[in-house]
Design a protein around this ligand. Structure first.
Ligand code: SF4
Ligand code: SF4
Length: 187
């Protein structure tokens, strides 16, 4: 039996409907068996385990979800998604909560993790694949630590672990198309 999504906060149900529409997942189908949480490799560091995130969304408690540490630091290992008896891609639901939090400018307490995630996505979107040198430089400047790990640069270059010149890939427009699709075709 599907659980009816209600709103305990104004607009809560709208956000949940948005997450369901964008992710294609049925939050309402979760019946709180807890298997996602029992296999979650990151739950020990979360404020809310994944099954509680699902329940909070069902109740329309979106502010708590969007501001949660869980939505900031879940690292998409997808273990939870493979174990859900209702075939809900829980990681996908949390990922979309994360995206909506980003769109709303919610920084949360894990600012460095958010900074890295946004910088990573921006970098891949721009180059078609990761350009590590630009990513590291960007993060250092944005976190006001321009010389962070600078002493490692000669070693990294000598071992050819990163490239100074951005990589060139074929069909970069395909990567752009994927990003456009994920963002609902708005960019
Ligand atoms: S995707 Fe996130 S919530 Fe799911 S098991 Fe991995 S860390 Fe836990
Ligand atoms: S495994 Fe699926 S049905 Fe069970 S609590 Fe998690 S999301 Fe809900």
């Amino acid at each position: 039996m599907a659980i009816r999504v209600s709103s305990t906060v104004p607009g809560g149900a709208d956000v949940v409907a948005d997450i369901e529409r964008r992710s294609g997942e049925r939050v309402s189908a979760c019946y709180q068996c807890g298997r996602c949480t029992s296999t979650c490799t990151g739950a020990f560091a979360f404020d809310y385990p994944p099954h509680r995130i699902m329940r909070m969304l069902q109740l329309g408690q979106v502010d708590e979800v969007l501001n949660s540490r869980t939505a900031q630091i879940c690292y998409d290992c997808m273990t939870c998604s493979t174990r859900c008896p209702m075939n809900i891609d829980v990681a996908n639901v949390i990922e979309h909560a994360k995206m909506i939090a980003d769109e709303r400018g919610i920084e949360g307490d894990e600012k460095e993790i958010r900074l890295f995630r946004l910088a990573f996505l921006k970098n891949v979107r721009r180059h078609g694949r990761l350009h590590e040198a630009r990513l590291l430089t960007w993060i250092n400047f944005r976190s006001f630590r321009p010389f962070n790990d600078l002493s490692l640069v000669p070693l990294i270059l000598r071992r050819k672990k990163i490239h100074i010149v951005p990589p060139r890939i074929k069909n970069r427009q395909e990567v752009h198309r994927i990003f456009r699709e994920i963002n609902g075709g708005d960019k």
